[in-house]
Design a protein around this ligand. Structure first.
Ligand SMILES: [Zn+2]
Length: 193
């Protein structure tokens, strides 16, 4: 009995030493002393653009623009019934009814397209509302949320670094984001002159 226990303990110690040496070899032998960054939790927002008619590609482009600019939230096409965002097309103004971070309804209104605004930029702007950004009419093409205040010739779909940073903060959660999550917001004059 005692012998068996001692033998077991001995084997465990040997195994532990083996694991430890392996870890040391891995740690020092690989030449990679840099610690891996802490994994970032990614929030996935599923959107359904199947009703967006001629704007479906523009919506996909808008989603891709956000995915490239931010890390902790990613927009993906919905599969089955998991859409939190629905995108439609109609003859009104582009607008978004947001019901919390990453949830809501977007209308790709044709009025703004008829006025010459670039559909992928409209889509990226409206998705910006879905991700918790307000309108910001500063007239600048390098901001997505400038909406109608930027020139109609503006074709940029890249979020400004401050917009991307705000979306990452919104996606990151926290008390402020939770409060925002419970709010409903309507943005209806994004591209109205
Ligand atoms: Zn807007």
């Amino acid at each position: 009995m005692t012998t068996t226990l001692r033998r077991t303990a001995g084997s465990l110690a040997a195994a532990f030493t083996l694991v430890l040496s392996f870890a040391l070899v891995q740690g020092f032998g690989g030449g990679t002393a840099v610690a891996a960054p802490a994994p970032t939790a990614v929030r996935v927002v599923y959107y359904d653009a199947s009703q967006a008619q001629e704007f479906k590609a523009a919506v996909d482009e808008g989603a891709a623009a956000w995915n490239k600019a931010v890390r902790n939230v990613q927009l993906k096409p919905a599969t089955g019934g998991n859409a939190a965002v629905r995108v439609y097309a109609d003859n009104g103004w582009p607008r978004t009814y947001q019901s919390g971070f990453g949830r809501g309804t977007v209308y790709m209104g044709r009025e703004a397209v008829n006025d010459g605004f670039y559909p992928p930029r409209i889509a990226t702007h409206e998705l910006g509302h879905i991700l918790g950004l307000p309108d910001n009419r500063n007239g600048r093409c390098d901001y997505l949320m400038s909406g109608h205040s930027s020139p109609v010739s503006c074709k940029s779909t890249t979020p400004h670094s401050t917009e991307a940073a705000q979306v990452e903060r919104n996606a990151g959660g926290g008390i402020a984001a939770l409060a925002r999550d419970s709010r409903e917001s309507a943005f209806a004059d994004c591209f109205v002159f």
